[in-house]
Design a protein around this ligand. Sequence first.
Ligand code: NA7
Length: 536
Amino acid sequence: SAPENAAEYDVVVVGAGVAGLYAVHRFRRQGLTVRAFEAASGVGGVWYWNRYPGARCDVESVDYSYSFSPELEQEWDWSEKYATQPEILAYLEHVADRFDLRRDIQFDTRVTSATLDEDSLRWTVRTDRGDVVSARFFVVAAGPLSNANTPDFDGLDTFTGDVFHTAYWPHEGVDFTGKRVAVIGTGSSGIQSIPHIAEQADQLFVFQRSANYSVPAGNAPLDDATRAEQKAGYAERRRLSWESGGGSPHRAHPKLTLEASEEERRAAYEERWKLGGVLYSKTFADQLTDQAANDTAREFWEEKIRAVIDDPAIAELLIPNDHAIGAKRIVTDSGYYETYNRDNVHLVNLKAAPIVGMDATGINTTDAHYDVDAIVLATGFDAMTGSLDKLEIVGRDGLALKDKWAAGPETYLGLGIDGFPNFFNLTGPGSPSVLANMVLHSELHVDWVADAIAYLDDRGATAIEGTPEAVADWVEECRNRAEASLLNTANSWYLGANIPGRPRVFMPFLGGFAGYRQIITEVADSGYKGFAIIES
Ligand code: NA7
């Protein structure tokens, strides 16, 4: 248990990104004492760290913003349809100032462990700065895509040039002018940064293991009239978003893919293509469950992409042949495929010749040596559970969460874990977070947790804890839904398939944002069915 002089809080929050910031605000408004710990020197979470050139959100700015304050909605002006990382960071900094959040956040401090005291059911939280605090509730808002993945490349440390990871980009920026640069990885981070790096670098070598599906973002500046229209319609826009599958006001075509005529189908894809963005993979409601339906979207996509790439052999390599479109999160880009028409850009196909390792001067594949001045790792994240694993979270019977989840994460609604009373992991496994608008989803989770705390307080109860039966049922529910979906068939970070050694388990809940919201709201309204309410 915590030392006697340990500071006591109602809630300790880990992280001051999108979810953590709102958690501080919401819990405080409820009269709770809150302490947030943040490893970075500022707020923003992934939007603080991921400063690579071209970093941008793939959800529209007007939707990727907090809904809890109508005043905030009206005050803030987004400059583009899809905001860049600096603009999102400026927004989150504005939120921190406007709601005076920083006074309850301790920066430059990483939480190292949280241990349950089984008598008091309080959590003792320790940090890398030597803090030891005691909290009734332990809330992790560390983010499902925050723990950068650096593959264990042989000899990477012997490379004498510069090594960068997109998820830890230097704050002062990087100038690649005149340099020979390697980018490893063609997920969202690679595809967003490659066109920018290509413009600067003397030579750019893109190391691609798997090709990805990317759709033009369709980004554009927002003018005053559009902004005014969006602000005037905010309430309705939010209503539609809360009732949607992904947390934005999108509606799929009224027909199923193959019910529509060829002409209707092409018109629908063409319309979505013009609008741009990730929603291309939801043009029709059955696109991610029916392979034949998916094929029509893939074929349309392929036609569009082949048309912009000059060299058919390069096009062939850039077109995925191992997964359905949308089965990995679709990427949105600005000029990605066109970049391969440049003379200074070279695509290296790692499927034909994998990376063997690095040496002092560059990268060796099984058939060549690439002499480079800089290596950019755009190799993604140990998603969903990676950040949690770094925290030593120890619950009942001295069991560490990492060990409990050795075969894959198991939760009830993403919000309850048996053996871990009063611990809440926001926007993690068992929830649809990574398939939805993360800002609204963060609000949903924070509000749910705050309401659960109020429920306990109204009854003078001590703790809330998911029951093993409810956890087993939810795991089964999540598995069944995954098995009915094409998302379960790709080697994506949704399944931990990008990290050697991770069990292959589909981690997000696939029932949609609105469906999930309805389920967790009903559970709360029923007096927290599936949770044990511990009186004292
Ligand atoms: P992603 O989407 O996980 O992409 C990582 C990329 O790095 C992907 O192309 C990987 O190839 C590649 N990769 C990973 N490890 C290696 C090794 N060892 N060798 C070669 N290539 C490798 O991460 P992002 O940061 O781009 O985006 C993550 C999410 O953030 C995104 O979905 C958005 O929701 C926001 P692979 O496909 O595994 O063969």
